[in-house]
Design a protein around this ligand. Structure first.
Ligand code: GUN
Length: 298
């Protein structure tokens, strides 16, 4: 039985995209050009191709310009760096995203370090990581920022709440912890080596699961009434022979019986990532041409 409120990330992302479209139209009227997002895809990874196609469609739907650069899997690192440099220098490009993972012969950190930090709408450049850690304005990775938006929409102020982040990746776990610290939560970062994870999770008012292990977090680990944000997207075999289904890092059925609110998979955190990417792009566009914008209203 489901007791928890379901946090509808799909609906929240739709509302955010509507607000972004208004801001993007205002930008175009003032700047005389559309805000622009460049996405670079190297190789033919099927999941990455789907992401990139969706990003392009949603960028255009929000009234922004989408530039797509598709490079073959055997592109040299030097050639990829040259594309990034060209986008850094292009005044029509406000945001640059290099789709990860990159082929094994490329150094991801080197590629990210080549992106102009003021066009780094993924928030992966060390300059933006440092800005987030020190409270300076920069760009914040899209998925964790989307999680915080959902949490604040549900709970209002997060101040003083106990938060447990499960996972310590550069893309989700670490920036998530930084954002929750900035919201005055008491933050614990747990991971695969954490002793008695269930006991750690049981203390939390907020649980963010980003470990990449299907249905790992169980309902009886949770404090009753906790808010659960499930970042996991795992494809597992379905009951029907030959079929698959998507599940999160949280065992939804047992968790929903104990939690106060929980994001479903799919339809929870997933739709937020691209919506926040569009938000970061329209913010970048304003900053890059020196136009003011109330970023807190987005
Ligand atoms: N691959 C999967 N998610 C992401 C993302 O948010 N940004 C980039 N650049 N690559 C990804």
């Amino acid at each position: 039985m489901t007791a928890a409120n379901i946090i509808d990330g799909k609906a929240f992302a739709e509302g955010l995209r509507t607000r972004i479209a208004t801001v993007a139209a205002d930008f175009e009227a003032k700047a005389g050009r559309k805000a622009g997002l460049a996405v670079v895809l190297v190789g033919e990874d099927p999941a990455s191709q789907v992401y990139v196609r969706n990003k392009g469609k949603q960028t255009v739907a929000a009234g922004m310009e989408s530039f797509e650069h598709k490079l073959p899997a055997d592109t040299s690192e030097a050639d990829l760096l040259a594309v990034v440099e060209q986008l850094n220098a292009d005044p029509a490009v406000d945001g640059i995203l290099v789709q990860l993972p990159l082929p094994a012969h490329m150094n991801e950190q080197k590629v990210i370090a080549t992106i102009n930090p003021d066009k780094d709408v993924d928030g992966f450049h060390v300059v933006n990581v440092g800005r987030l850690a020190t409270g300076l304005p920069g760009f914040v990775p899209c998925t964790p920022l989307g999680c915080v938006m959902l949490l604040k929409d549900r709970l209002g102020s997060l101040s003083g709440l106990d938060a447990v982040v499960i996972g310590r990746s550069n893309i989700v776990g670490k920036p998530m912890a930084q954002l929750l610290i900035a919201e005055s939560c008491t933050v614990t970062v747990a991971h695969s080596r954490t002793k008695d994870l269930a006991e750690v999770v049981r203390r939390a008012d907020i649980v963010v699961a980003a470990v990449g292990r299907p249905e790992m977090v169980k309902g009886d680990w949770l404090k009753p009434g906790a808010t659960v944000i499930d970042v996991g997207i795992n494809r597992v075999p379905a009951a029907e022979e030959g079929k698959t289904r998507l599940v999160g890092d949280v065992d939804f059925a047992s968790a929903a019986a104990v939690a106060g609110a929980i994001t479903p998979v799919p339809g929870g955190v997933g739709p937020m990532t691209i919506a926040v990417l569009l938000r970061n792009t329209v913010v970048a566009a304003h900053r890059n041409v020196g136009l003011s914008l109330d970023e807190s209203a987005l």
